[in-house]
Design a protein around this ligand. Structure first.
Ligand code: AGP
Length: 612
């Protein structure tokens, strides 16, 4: 999950690339580097964040109008200055930046070493740039031809950008599985992992597809070829991203901004898709295909991390409301276990970034075996969005904080709409019940705004648990996936170990962990299993556990037996996750801030997992 940025045009490349790397830093921040060509090729690289690179370069930028930059999430080789990208070829002529993995780098490296190619880093990327140089020398080839030859030998996932110090008028770009967007300006080109560093310069973009090579040249402009060297005509897309969406807007962190955006983002997800007065809901991506989805013998929901938690809620919704048998799969497991996929199966791939390699590969596998693939994605034009048979965007806007918040509530909103529409179409939801659900769903944005008013209370509770080593999250029914999501939030940004469990499961093991040092967060908002959750809380209390409960505002019983109680507005059980997750997002945020953690860029993580 690295960030790559390159520029060719009529402006000074360095500052543009640096600004782009700052916008891409959420994709990985182990090290950063830049290569510029002015007379000779100069490469700056430094372990740590982009700010470290900026300090290294200082104020006197080369006047170069061509260059490339990279912010790294380490896959091969520790995060240090030497392994930082860009990497220079053994002969010093070429430079490369890379997002992905060269699976067969070891055998290629050994072959190149036998040909006296030298290596300075432990990375797989350096192997590729030396392979290209090898073909330039052997075939007296130009950069493009040598790149084509080298790509034939490479196995794995990649977005490469190559630069040749002896030809400062051209960049060569190649893509397979890792994303690449090319921004088209006035006599200038911006190449990046996604659109965020491009939108401030141009809204005209082209998305490279797998097995495509692009050349940007000062004279020839943009040329795109397939790997069998056929020239391709690509559609120029118009970005609908706004620059201010990429700023913090006065919040201390992107994560807090995105938590507070949820009334709006959930509302945007429903815009034009629901009308409880007239009693309808519609999903554009579904219209022409709804019968195919309804004929499905079963649904298979795929995702990773938070998106897998959304998928689990999706399962509860599809079976509870639409009565369609539904399976939930970790994409990374699904793709490798030779799953049974039958004609008529419908697979729903859920992903905020639309670039998660395991979800993308699992969806492609399902499609190759005859399944119909529907996407629920946030990033417009992302790889998963482009490969599905149809789908719906959640319209949450850019989610920059590594910890997913508004994407989760957007995904769950969309899954709720989907379940209601399918259930209604199947005749499993009578009109009156349908309108009740639609009305309750339309009320959710204002109820989320109401829940956000408990932030100070969550800050107080965070102070109480911030020094804990462990935490347990419990929930039943629709709140079980919420417990999982709350635990993930806490551990990924505050580094407190946390686990989510079905509340009833506690007696089958985790109860052994409970003592006076163990905070236990219990999501107790559902009527359908309230009494049982009360029993679970009693069991925790009798072992001196610290109980933090999330309850409906008219609750009496749980309030009386908890150490801390957070009240949220009442809604239908099936819609509870959209509200009960908010306190858990705020709890994890404040615990992380109090522990001095890097909330938006937690250690070892990155926003989009585009490598296996
Ligand atoms: C969630 O907070 C994490 N950032 C992570 O689990 C994330 O949900 C997962 O990597 C899936 O990402 P996606 O939704 O972009 O596919």
């Amino acid at each position: 999950m690295c960030g790559i940025m390159a520029y060719l045009g009529n402006k000074q490349a360095g500052p543009i690339i640096l600004e782009g790397l700052k916008r891409l830093e959420y994709r990985g921040y182990d090290s950063a580097g830049m290569a510029l060509i002015e007379d000779d090729m100069v490469i700056y690289k430094k372990q740590g964040k982009v700010a470290e690179l900026e300090r290294l370069i200082g104020a006197d930028w080369p006047k170069s109008t061509i260059g490339m930059g990279h912010t790294r999430w380490a896959t091969h080789g520790v995060p240090d200055d030497i392994n930082a990208h860009p990497h220079r070829s053994s002969g010093g002529r070429l430079a490369v930046i890379h997002n992905g993995i060269v699976e067969n780098y070891d055998s290629l490296k050994k072959a190149l070493q036998k040909l006296d190619f030298s290596f300075t880093s432990q990375t797989d990327t350096e192997v590729f740039v030396n392979l290209v140089e090898y073909y330039m020398l052997r075939d007296e080839a130009d950069l493009e031809s040598a790149a084509f030859s080298a790509l034939k030998r490479v196995e794995g996932a990649y977005a490469f950008v190559l630069m040749d110090r002896e030809n400062p008028d051209r960049l060569v770009i190649a893509k397979k599985q890792s994303p690449i967007v090319i921004g088209i300006g006035e006599e200038e080109f911006f190449i990046a992992s996604d659109a965020t560093p491009i939108v401030q310069y141009t809204k005209k973009v082209i998305y490279l597809e797998d097995n495509e090579l692009a050349i940007v040249d000062r004279k020839a402009g943009l040329i795109i070829k397939s790997f069998d060297k056929k020239i391709l005509t690509k559609q120029v897309k118009e970005l609908d991203l706004k620059l201010e969406e990429l700023e913090k807007g006065g919040y201390d962190h992107f994560m807090l901004k995105e938590i507070y955006q949820q009334p709006q983002s959930v509302s945007d997800c429903m815009r034009g898709r629901i009308n409880s007065e007239e009693g309808w809901a519609v999903l554009g991506g579904l219209k022409e295909h709804i019968d195919q989805i309804l004929d499905a013998k079963r649904l298979i929901l795929l995702g990773c991390g938070t998106s897998w938690h959304s998928a689990l809620i999706g399962k509860y919704l599809m079976e509870d409301l639409a009565r369609i048998p539904t399976k939930v799969e970790y994409a990374s497991e699904f793709r490798y276990r030779n799953p049974v996929i039958e004609e008529g199966d419908v697979v729903i791939a859920i992903s905020q970034s639309g670039e998660t390699i395991d979800t993308l590969a699992a969806a492609k596998l399902a499609k190759s075996r005859g399944a119909y693939v529907y996407g629920i994605v946030n990033v417009v034009g992302s790889s998963i969005a482009r490969m599905t048979d149809s789908g719906s965007y959640i319209h949450a806007g850019p989610e920059i904080g590594v910890a997913s918040t508004k994407a989760f509530t957007g995904q769950v909103t969309l899954l709720t709409l989907l379940a209601l529409i399918l259930g209604r179409k199947e005749g499993n939801i009578p009109p009156k019940k349908y309108k009740t659900y639609l009305k309750a769903l339309e009320t959710i944005p204002s109820q989320i705004a109401q829940v956000l008013s408990i932030e100070e209370q969550m800050k107080f509770i965070a102070a109480e648990i911030k020094d804990s080593q462990h935490a347990l999250y419990l929930g039943r029914g629709y709140n079980f996936p919420v417990a999982l999501e709350g635990a993930l939030k806490l551990k990924e940004i505050s580094y407190i170990h946390a686990e989510g469990y079905p509340a009833a499961e506690m007696k089958h093991g985790p109860i052994a962990l409970i003592d006076e040092n163990m905070p236990v967060v219990v999501v107790a908002t559902n009527d359908s299993d309230y009494d049982k959750v009360v029993n679970n809380i009693q069991e925790v209390k009798s072992r001196k556990g610290i109980v933090i409960s999330i309850v409906n505002e008219d609750d009496t019983i749980v309030k009386g037996i908890s150490d801390y109680t957070v009240e949220i507005p009442r809604t239908l059980d099936a819609l509870t996750p959209l509200l009960s997750v908010i306190p858990l997002q705020l709890l994890s945020y404040h615990a992380a801030v109090m522990r001095g953690c890097d909330v938006d860029q937690p250690r070892n993580l990155a926003k989009s997992v585009t490598v296996e």
